[in-house]
Design a protein around this ligand. Structure first.
Ligand SMILES: Nc1ncnc2c1ncn2[C@@H]1O[C@H](COP(=O)(O)OP(=O)(O)O)[C@@H](O)[C@H]1O
Ligand SMILES: [Mg+2]
Length: 284
């Protein structure tokens, strides 16, 4: 792996142990046509408090990687460690928010939807109710606690799904293109709210998207994956970007650079040309 620092490195600090370590992970699916390799030798580390984004074109294995972290898919080779322990099955320390919010059972109210996994995990009804209200308040939905999902807009359903996940207090929140089905304005608003929630609650998330702009807005670190089968192209620091900077020249330049890295246009030159002090590690 070649690393291109764009600024003199600060005094070397020993890194803390990663919360999540993904090492040389390859995943295969058996299909009618034989074995399909979805991801090939993918490695990355997520630290507590990261907003870590997996970015790549459709079919590059982003959902597969997220499912492997969730414990729903087993590796062909390589492995995953959460807090130093091997991930072998799903657990309440990793909660997934999907794009399809119609995963909310329609016969339960908003509050009951948020309470449901808490009760399933053994919480007392009163405590689950209070915790659900607490998180519904955080996402601005306390007034809708008694509403049913079909009466909510897409953005509101997304907020319920996020409240439900965060109420479980997972070690890591896994989000698979959670805003992809929303209209552009609602999507932007949700990105803003997610950022505000992260600042307030300080959780760790692993976020999947195929949108370069969304990756820059949402993430502090972005892993770029090649088209099928997904391999690591590069890792980019993006903490300096947010919604506020999304129209800026630096943001546009970073988006261009990532596009070049993703689609292999003069991989190394793009990395070296990067301005704005963004450190890019290009994996060979
Ligand atoms: N259950 C499955 N059975 C067979 N192939 C699958 C299955 N799920 C995904 N794949 C294949 O694995 C590759 C990666 O899929 P996926 O992880 O869904 O990509 P992404 O989320 O980046 O669009 C694709 O080629 C897809 O067709
Ligand atoms: Mg996907």
């Amino acid at each position: 792996m070649n690393v291109y620092p764009f600024q003199a490195p600060a005094q070397e600090q020993p890194l803390p142990a990663p919360l999540l370590r993904v090492q040389d992970l390859s995943i295969d699916y058996a299909s009618g046509a034989g074995i399909v390799r979805a991801t090939h030798q993918v490695s990355f580390d997520v630290y507590a408090g990261d907003r870590f984004v997996l970015l790549g074109p459709s079919g590059c294995g982003k959902s597969t990687l997220l499912k492997a972290v969730g414990g729903f898919v087993q590796p062909a080779s390589g492995g995953l460690l959460l807090r130093g322990r091997r991930i072998v099955k799903p657990g309440p320390d990793r909660i997934v928010v999907f794009q399809e919010f119609d995963q909310l059972p329609p016969w339960k109210t908003v509050q009951q939807n948020v309470m449901f996994p808490l009760l399933a995990g053994g919480a007392k009804r009163k405590e689950a109710g209070a915790r659900a209200l607490h998180w519904l308040d955080k996402v601005g939905l306390s007034r809708f606690a008694d509403a049913y999902p079909h009466t909510l807009s897409g953005g509101m359903k997304a907020r319920v799904a996020i409240a439900r996940a965060l109420a479980m207090q997972p070690d890591i929140l896994l989000m698979d293109e959670p805003f992809a089905a929303l209209d552009a304005l609602t999507r932007r608003r949700m990105q803003e709210e997610l950022q505000a929630l992260w600042e307030e609650a300080g959780f760790t998330m692993l976020f999947v998207t195929h949108s370069i702009e969304e990756a820059l807005v949402v993430g502090n670190r972005i892993l770029l994956l090649s088209p099928h089968p997904g391999r690591v192209r590069a890792e980019v620091n993006s903490h300096q970007f947010g919604l506020a900077s999304s129209g800026s020249a630096e943001f546009q330049a970073a988006a261009q650079r990532i596009h070049g890295l993703l689609f292999g246009e003069e991989l190394q030159r793009s990395a070296c040309d990067a301005g704005a002090g963004t450190a890019v590690a290009v994996h060979s």
